[in-house]
Design a protein around this ligand. Structure first.
Ligand code: GDG
Length: 485
């Protein structure tokens, strides 16, 4: 723990680690699982968005976890207009599709941007109020691109870092953003910007070069802006390998699997598994098309193979509602066309499945498919690898998901090449036990070593390096950047 600063750690994310509306239950998600132990150990503060109505007449700071409090959750009260403009609007209807290069889905209004700036200012204010001398403020994701300059205005001595969980697009795409300069300058007010992959870091650096006219040291990962330096570095996020390995063999997982298979008549079936948030970037329609073609092209697999799609609905607004309908229609049409003699090609499950149960499914699956059309990393790929304790499954992973660049031994697919995917499904199911074992051994060794704790350690080591002035400290003494407009 000595790499963690003896100063306070303040995590800022849109989503809270414990839900106020659901009686302080821990919220589901990789980030919460990863950071909760860090926050418990360092007794910091986690700042997230909250509902103004729910917080009416109540304090906005809570001790968490509720059963055995060890750190503080502070909620920033947001009204419906803030949530619409900042979250549904600028974050999810504009930045998300822009960064995932799905440009036909990009939608923007000026009010989204105004709201985004305002809410980033509110988050920054809360962070600055919590920060003491030399605190480390750790921002998460595309919802908070403008926080750092506001924080630096209020609290110059805090160390501010952001981790960008999603891809950073090439300049040819980013240039369509009307607020490109403000976003880049906002991000450059951070002392350290973390990306999933070196390629995203390079895209960001090129955008800075083109839009702000700076010379950028891409190899060194340093950008000088208005006389100050910002460090850029890739830190591929990971999962709690040991937890998934244990959960996969737990009694809870085994019980769930036997009930799950029995209920659906899948006891003797081979299983192709896909697990996603219901999001268009995960390429779910493309995956279904590939599965449909696989059963059509290779009919002998009918009856003995079933595609299980676990899909958790998120962001219950447009365009997600329409996408959800499209996925449902595609599932129905495949099942209508191909089902026979009691066999159904697609089992579609939209109920939330607990993580331990997911681990059981990952273990049982003969093949997992990751079909993202673009993805920062994709934790499902790593969760599957960690849960494959019997070394008996295969993994097909989209070459457009960050995880494909990082994990050795996995087979890549191109989700735009439906026939190629169908052929890859057959080859993966037909692979010999020795081939599967070899690929999984390689992948597991990698994910075991580069697990989520290593991710946190690497980031805090980098913070410490910067703070220890291994990079000359005078560059990091910064004046505030003031956002215009
Ligand atoms: C962003 C980036 C990056 C899914 N279904 C259920 C369930 N899940 C969990 C999985 C996994 C998580 O959701 C999804 O992880 P991804 O990595 O695919 O995630 P995004 O939400 O798109 O996240 C992504 C990530 O940030 C981290 O930096 O990898 O590239 O887009 O943990 O297990 N969890 C439960 N029930 C479900 O039914 N409990």
């Amino acid at each position: 723990m000595d790499i963690f600063p003896d100063k306070k750690i303040i995590v800022v994310s849109n989503r809270e680690p414990y839900s106020l509306s659901r009686r302080h239950q821990k919220t589901v998600g990789g980030l919460v699982s990863a950071l909760d132990p860090l926050m418990k150990a360092t007794r910091g503060v986690w700042i997230a968005s909250g509902s103004r109505d729910e917080l009416k007449d109540r304090p906005s700071r809570f001790p968490v976890p509720p059963a055995d409090p060890s750190y503080t959750l502070r909620l920033v009260p947001l009204g419906p207009a803030d949530i619409e403009g900042y979250y549904n609007g600028y974050s999810n209807r504009f930045l998300w599709p822009l960064c995932h290069m799905t440009l036909d889905r990009v939608y923007l209004t000026r009010s989204y941007w105004r709201s985004y700036r305002k809410v980033n200012g509110l988050f920054a204010q809360a962070a600055a109020e919590e920060a003491g001398e030399g605190s480390v403020i750790w921002l998460h994701d595309y919802h908070l691109a403008l926080c750092a300059p506001f924080i630096k205005e209020l609290c110059q001595n805090a160390f501010v870092s952001i981790f960008w969980h999603i891809p950073w697009p090439p300049h040819a795409v980013f240039r369509i953003c009307p607020q490109k300069k403000e976003l880049l300058e906002g991000l450059l007010a951070n002392d350290l910007i973390g990306f999933q992959l070196p390629a995203f870091m390079e895209n960001f650096a090129r955008c800075v070069e083109r839009e702000l006219g700076h010379e950028v040291d891409i190899e060194g990962g340093v950008i000088s802006h208005k006389g100050r330096l910002t460090r850029l570095k890739a830190f591929p996020i990971s999962v709690d390998f040991d937890w998934f390995e244990r959960a996969a063999v737990s009694a809870e997982a085994r019980k769930f699997i036997s009930k799950f298979l029995k209920k659906r008549g899948l006891e003797g079936s081979k299983i192709i598994l896909s697990v996603n948030r219901l999001d268009y970037t995960k390429g779910m329609i493309k995956c279904l098309e590939a599965v449909e073609l696989f059963f059509t092209k290779y009919p002998r697999y009918k009856n003995s193979v079933t595609f299980v799609q676990i899909a958790v609905p998120t962001r219950k607004v447009e365009p997600y509602l329409s996408y959800m309908e499209r996925v449902q229609r595609k599932v129905d049409s495949i099942n209508q066309r191909l089902s026979r003699d009691g066999w159904k090609p697609v089992e579609y499950i939209t109920a939330n499945v607990a993580h331990a149960e997911l681990a059981g499914l990952y273990r049982k699956a003969d093949l997992a498919m990751i079909s993202s059309v673009y993805d920062g990393m994709n934790l499902v790929a790593k969760e599957f690898i960690a849960s494959q304790v019997d070394l008996s499954g295969s993994l097909l992973i989209s070459e457009l998901a960050g995880a494909s660049e990082e994990i050795p031994g996995v087979t890549l697919i191109n989700p735009y090449d439906t026939e190629g995917c169908a052929i890859a499904i057959k080859a993966a199911l037909d692979a010999s036990p020795a081939e599967k074992r070899k690929a999984l051994q390689e992948a597991r060794a990698h994910v075991r070593e580069r697990n989520i704790n290593r991710w946190i350690m690497d980031i805090f080591k980098e913070i410490k390096n910067i703070q220890d002035e291994q990079i000359p400290s005078q560059f990091f003494k910064r004046a505030p950047v003031v956002l215009k407009g």
